[in-house]
Design a protein around this ligand. Structure first.
Ligand code: ADP
Length: 444
């Protein structure tokens, strides 16, 4: 088949049907999480705080009233159904709302209340009577910018005359327009354009600068530099806030470059363990054999909900068709679907409307479906050098110790893949029992 070079110089084969499906699109995943998330994620860890001035007292709040917010803002928060600050908000909000304003770098996994926190900060600092941009929020994509804008609109429902505008590609502003909206949310390239080329935004008047999803941001070519150019033009008294779901060194280096004199808040992610998972493997001759074993398992035990992982899109498709032809009701979560379509499938699965979900690695990253009791590795996760991908294995099967319930995991193994499984077993120092698929009694 022909190969077409991409913009970034990489090569794509036109026939990507059998793609390894191994390109993790961070922005899409983040959006997916936002679309399917309806409540806060719990965490058993403590919030770590590093103050820029360690001698200043450390405040935390247990209620929103303590923050002395504008009446209309408090009303907005309660209208959203928030009763009390989330774990990260307890520490972050007093810092973000302090006088004089303090800068902040905050890291916690998605779903812990970061967006709500900085939207609150923006809304509390905005002056509705002044008709020019006062708060600027950078987001990695158009869709993510819109999601944040929705939160501003909901929380600011009672803040009359406060308005949001999107600096995103495709939002064409006629020449000579004066931007009167107080809150601007946009992607770095377009914001840069609006500030320097089109002079629609006067950066010297910005009071709150938010850089959201820093980890996704630095993953996109050019966004770090553009963000830094924007930041350099802000006044020194502007409050600068940076948020990230993860914190590798690269994110940290970027954060330190762009946020001067920050306070730092971190909430570690709940670790996954294999402790309360019973793991099994079934030796099979080939793909057909794996399928047969899967059917035996399927018929042999009462399955609540199950997720079946395949290594390639092609395998996932094949398996879906086979199972459907055998009269099983399954749904395929595939990389070819739009984020919205994926979100809707996951939502149906969460609601219990779908019983079996077939998917590839990438699609299922970062999605936790707590009620799933059974995970099947139709293919073992391997990396490009055909070594076991331990992290993905843990991610597929593991649960968080405190919130997860017991689970079952089945690995379908072709004989030549057995050494890989043994490596996984050694790596996690856990026991993966062989199963005779004709004899399901062993499981119970
Ligand atoms: P993050 O930005 O860290 O992903 P969000 O701010 O989007 O987290 O919050 C995750 C979910 O929790 C959203 O549905 C949000 O409406 C909700 N949420 C945020 N803060 C609170 C709170 N204090 N109380 C209840 N729900 C909250």
């Amino acid at each position: 088949s022909t190969t077409v070079p991409n913009i970034d110089g990489s090569l794509n084969t036109e026939d990507d049907d059998d793609d390894e499906d191994d390109v993790v699109d961070l922005a899409a995943n983040s959006l997916l999480n936002k679309l399917i998330r309806q409540s806060l994620i719990e965490s058993s860890h403590r919030v770590e705080v590093l103050q820029k001035d360690p001698s200043s007292p450390l405040y935390s709040v247990k209620t929103f009233e303590e923050l002395r917010l504008k009446e209309e803002l408090l009303k907005g928060i309660y209208a959203m159904g928030f009763n009390r600050p989330s774990k990260i908000q307890e520490m972050a909000l007093p810092m973000m709302l302090a006088h004089p304003p303090q800068n902040l770098i905050a890291q916690s996994q998605s779903g812990t209340g970061k967006t709500a926190a900085f939207v609150l900060a923006m809304l509390s600092r905005v002056n509705a009577l002044e008709l020019f941009p006062q708060c600027l929020c950078l987001a990695p994509t158009y869709e993510l910018a819109l999601q944040t804008g929705r939160v501003v609109e909901r929380m600011g429902k009672f803040c009359v005359d406060v308005e949001v505008m999107y600096a995103i590609r495709g939002n064409r502003i006629p020449r000579g327009t004066e931007v009167t909206k107080q809150i601007i949310i946009g992607t770095p390239g377009t914001v840069l354009d609006w500030c320097f080329k089109r002079k629609l935004i006067d950066l010297t008047k910005i009071r709150v600068f938010v850089l959201d999803e820093a980890d996704v941001m630095i993953d996109t070519q050019g966004f770090s530099d553009q963000s830094i150019r924007i930041q350099r033009a802000l006044p020194s008294e502007c409050q600068m806030l940076l948020f990230s779901a993860t914190f590798e060194d690269s994110v940290w280096q970027f954060a330190e470059r762009i946020i001067p004199d920050p306070n730092v808040i971190k909430l570690r992610k709940e670790e996954l363990t294999l402790n309360n998972i019973r793991q099994y493997y079934v030796l099979c001759e080939n793909r057909k054999g794996k399928y047969q074993a899967l059917c035996n398992i399927y018929g042999g035990i009462t399955i609540g909900q199950a997720i079946i992982f395949c290594q390639t899109r092609r395998n996932a498709k094949w398996l879906t068709v086979e199972m459907m032809q055998d009269g099983h009701q399954v749904s395929l979560l595939s990389g070819e679907l739009t984020v919205e379509q994926r979100a809707s499938i996951i939502q149906r699965f969460r609601d219990g409307k779908e019983k079996v979900l077939i998917t590839t690695n990438v699609c299922a990253r970062g999605i936790d479906v707590k009620q799933v009791t059974i995970v099947v590795n139709f293919d073992l996760p391997v990396n490009q050098s055909e070594e076991p991908d331990y992290e993905t294995y843990l991610h597929r099967i593991g649960r968080t110790g405190r919130f997860g319930k017991k689970g079952l995991a089945f690995n379908m193994i072709e004989v030549d893949k057995l050494p890989l499984l043994m490596k996984i077993q050694d790596h996690f120092n856990s026991n993966i029992k062989q199963l005779d698929p004709e004899d399901m009694d062993e499981i119970e």
